[in-house]
Design a protein around this ligand. Structure first.
Ligand SMILES: CC(C)(COP(=O)(O)OP(=O)(O)OC[C@H]1O[C@@H](n2cnc3c(N)ncnc32)[C@H](O)[C@@H]1OP(=O)(O)O)[C@@H](O)C(=O)NCCC(=O)NCCS
Length: 187
């Protein structure tokens, strides 16, 4: 399904604006990634040096907008209401239509914005958007068994554990087992 005419989503709460970034906003992503380099390293793939540059993010943000319009992904950014700070990201990727109608979710929050319910608030909105506006049936999320903070968040959002996948994702340079969970659109 192509989403050419789908308007770019802008979702709001009192303390957040959640939307896709434009390439000219690359500097906001660089600041978020640079400030949270050590905090996010244990939970993410190894990053190349250019991951922390504006050049990388200008190209990457252009491709995330194209992917959104083509219906392949929805890579959201959590912004402060004044839109001058990235608090975190939540990426819905690998959108598959047909009999599956599913996607995968990954997320990351700035160290200083943890423990305020910010990611829970954002994902409550974006999960509803993926189900109600994009018509998906299932959102899948996997996490490292020792990532208790992530497990608690998914549990609170209603994701159900489905099993353990051995050597599932290459995190920080090592293939790691992951707990697999799903949220099903079951109105
Ligand atoms: C996983 C991650 C997003 C969780 O962040 P978080 O802030 O714990 O998540 P939530 O938004 O659900 O907030 C819950 C916390 O806010 C607290 N909180 C405060 N006000 C709140 C409110 N109004 N509503 C809900 N929770 C609130 C909760 O008590 C809880 O804190 P606690 O765990 O110390 O009790 C974050 O730790 C992170 O980005 N980690 C590194 C990257 C990562 O792990 N990514 C996921 C890979 S699978």
């Amino acid at each position: 399904m192509r989403l050419k005419r789908q308007k770019l989503p802008r979702l709001y709460t009192d303390r957040l604006q959640v939307r896709l970034l434009e390439p000219h906003e690359a500097d906001l992503m660089v600041r978020f990634r640079d400030e949270n380099r050590d905090h996010l390293e244990p939970w993410e793939p190894l990053r190349r040096a250019d991951f922390f540059t504006e050049g990388f993010w200008e190209i990457h943000l252009r491709s995330t907008l194209r992917d959104f319009r083509e219906g392949a992904s929805a890579c959201f950014v959590l912004l402060s209401p004044s839109e001058d700070e990235v608090l975190g990201v939540c990426n819905y990727t690998n959108i598959v239509r047909g009999t599956f109608q599913s996607c995968q979710l990954g997320y990351a929050l700035a160290e200083k914005h943890q423990r305020k319910g910010v990611m829970f608030e954002a994902l409550s909105l974006t999960n509803a958007y993926m189900f109600d506006d994009l018509g998906l049936h299932r959102i899948m999320a996997g996490y490292l068994p020792h990532n208790e903070r992530s497990g608690k968040l998914l549990d609170r959002l209603g994701f159900e554990k489905e099993g353990l996948a051995r050597k599932y994702l290459k995190i920080n340079g090592r293939w790691e087992d992951h707990l697999l969970t799903s949220l099903i659109n079951d109105p």
